[in-house]
Design a protein around this ligand. Structure first.
Ligand code: ADE
Length: 239
């Protein structure tokens, strides 16, 4: 692969902390600039950015807007060779999903940007370029499929209908915006997601998410470590 290191973009501190530990990213994160809460960790192998904590509400700044901003700022600082949106996600029983499933994206879309104006439908959906890491997914035993992004933890009927139409196997709240910034900057994009809850299951999402967050975040740290190793001598192919 070209110059630069991989840049991992995470949202919640609970997801980022085991990942940092596995990657040897120690100490405090460096603020990415005035007027933002994003924090950056770096070593000789990898960079990791989190969106930080919302300055008004004191919770992790999750969702598409902070993720896009953190990605943009981290690109300026690190000139990465690839950007990986890493975190937890909802999975789908109807597509053989299970708690702890590790997923690599081969497609990345938005499911909640409905813009029925001429020329804007596809802009809303996004369908962003995704690095072809199929062979790595195969070697590591990760699932490969569509990651679909929206700014809500729940899924309204139309969102579900859309996610079924693209056979989404992961529903998250950041990948699409990270992919958008990556595409604008011509940097290969990947998404690695681990299932905390089953979108089409019986248990309330928030309850299942809380129960499984720690387990899924540990799985995420293992998945990311393996992916970073595989990327070291991987030659990027266009899809
Ligand atoms: N992250 C973890 N579970 C999720 C879900 N069901 N929807 C969006 N983001 C998630």
């Amino acid at each position: 692969m070209d110059k630069g290191l991989p840049l991992i973009v995470t949202a919640m501190e609970a997801e980022a902390s085991p990942v940092r530990e596995k990657l040897g990213l120690i100490g405090e994160g460096k603020p990415l600039g005035e007027g933002t809460t994003a924090l950056l960790w770096s070593n000789e192998f990898v960079h990791l950015v989190t969106n930080g904590s919302d300055s008004r509400f004191g919770v992790d700044a999750i969702g598409t807007i902070p993720a896009g901003l953190a990605t943009y700022l981290a690109i300026r600082k690190t000139s990465p060779k690839i950007i990986i949106s890493a975190g937890t996600c909802g999975g789908f029983i109807s597509r053989n999903g299970f708690i702890g499933e590790i997923i690599l994206a081969n497609r990345c879309v938005f499911h909640d940007r409905r813009i029925p104006l001429e020329g804007f439908v596809n802009y809303g959906i996004g369908d962003f370029p995704v690095a072809n890491l199929d062979s790595i997914a195969y070697v590591l035993g990760f699932s490969l499929g569509t990651v679909s992004t929206g700014d809500s933890l729940d899924a309204q009927p139309y969102d579900l209908e859309f996610m079924n139409s693209v056979e989404a196997i992961a529903k998250d709240m950041e990948a699409g915006s990270v992919a958008w910034v990556s595409a604008m900057n011509n940097i290969p994009f990947a998404a690695l997601k681990v299932v905390t809850d089953l979108v089409d299951g019986e248990i309330a999402t928030e309850e299942e998410f809380d129960t499984n967050l720690k387990y899924a975040s540990n799985r995420l740290s293992e998945g990311i470590l393996s992916l970073i190793h595989e990327l070291e001598d991987f030659r990027m192919e266009k899809r």
